[in-house]
Design a protein around this ligand. Structure first.
Ligand code: FAD
Ligand code: FES
Length: 259
């Protein structure tokens, strides 16, 4: 575990869309960041009000350059402060943590449907790259609130078919990710999804009997299975059965945990 604590240096901080930033960090621990869907637990500053780390997904990795990319929405206090970090500044980062997306569940020649919503889109990019590398056809459905929130549309297009949806209809398909799936009758051999809980609930109901995996972005404390801040109940389990999102997840087979 000690090799999962490290200081990473900021080499790029870019505003991608409304309140959404791309942060590129460099350092030795990047060598461990090989599985898509894992996350980094980031300490933002030293002040007491920010003692809790913020979990942010790995969006992309360049192992040669020892660089990892995260995409985050500056919403609360921690992420807003993070958006002011400039090149050369170091960040205390734990990770990679958790169990990510099972790339091995998609075979060469399969069609993988990637369904992301808002800040759930970033981990799907590293996943898409790895799937394409093994000869899987990737279809991405990316849902955002509005045109000004859309990011990485072109990056995903370079890897396969892309359908963007916006709730207000200002860009792409009007409505939710499910509107695009229905309108274009999208089919798949395996589905991977990450996004807000209401979206994951709909995905679970539709793909309950298919090969499908969802990533949960719930509140976290320690990030390493010690504090029980992130437990969730198991579907059809007894009252005492639970999973920790940080260490058993954040990725689960669809239908395994109660949303
Ligand atoms: C596995 C995982 C991966 C994630 N990946 C991303 C990502 O790639 N990009 C991104 O923008 N966001 C991601 N999130 C959500 C992100 O962690 C929260 O938006 C962020 O922690 C909120 O911090 P804040 O400083 O903006 O808010 P504050 O309100 O200052 O946070 C207060 C406390 O609540 C916690 N918290 C608040 N909202 C959430 C939330 N929705 N989920 C988890 N903790 C929360 C914070 O960790 C902090 O401890 C991820 C969450 C998880 C669990
Ligand atoms: S965040 Fe502490 S056990 Fe999961």
């Amino acid at each position: 575990m000690r090799d999962r604590y490290g200081s990473l240096t900021v080499v790029e901080q870019t505003l991608l869309a409304k309140d959404s930033y791309q942060l590129v960090l460099e350092g030795e621990t990047v060598a461990h960041m090989t599985q898509p869907g894992q996350f980094l637990h980031v300490r933002v500053g030293q002040s007491e009000d920010l003692l809790l780390r913020r979990p942010i997904s790995i969006a992309d990795v360049d192992l040669n350059k020892q660089q990892v990319t995260m995409i985050y929405r500056a919403g609360g206090e921690g992420t807003s402060r993070l958006s002011h970090y400039e090149n050369g500044k170091t960040l205390n980062v734990m990770g990679p943590l958790g169990k990510g997306f099972p790339v091995e569940e998609a075979q060469t020649g399969d069609v993988a449907l990637l369904v992301g919503g808002g800040i759930g889109v970033p981990p799907l990019y590293y996943l898409a790259k790895q799937l394409v590398k093994k000869g899987v056809h990737v279809i991405s459905v990316l849902g955002f609130a509005s045109k000004q929130d859309v990011f990485y549309e072109e990056a995903f297009k370079a890897l396969g078919d892309v359908y963007v949806t916006t709730v207000d209809g200002s860009h792409g398909v009007h409505g939710f990710v499910t509107n695009a799936i229905d309108e274009f009758e999208l089919k798949c051999d395996v589905l991977y999804s990450c996004g807000p809980t209401p979206m994951l609930k709909v995905v679970t109901e539709r793909y309950r009997h298919k090969k499908a995996f969802i990533s949960l972005e719930e509140r976290m404390g320690c990030g390493i299975g010690a504090c029980f801040a992130c437990v969730c109940a198991v579907e059809d389990g007894d009252a005492h059965e639970y999973r920790k999102i940080c260490s058993d997840g954040p990725v689960f087979p669809v239908g395994e945990v109660v949303l």
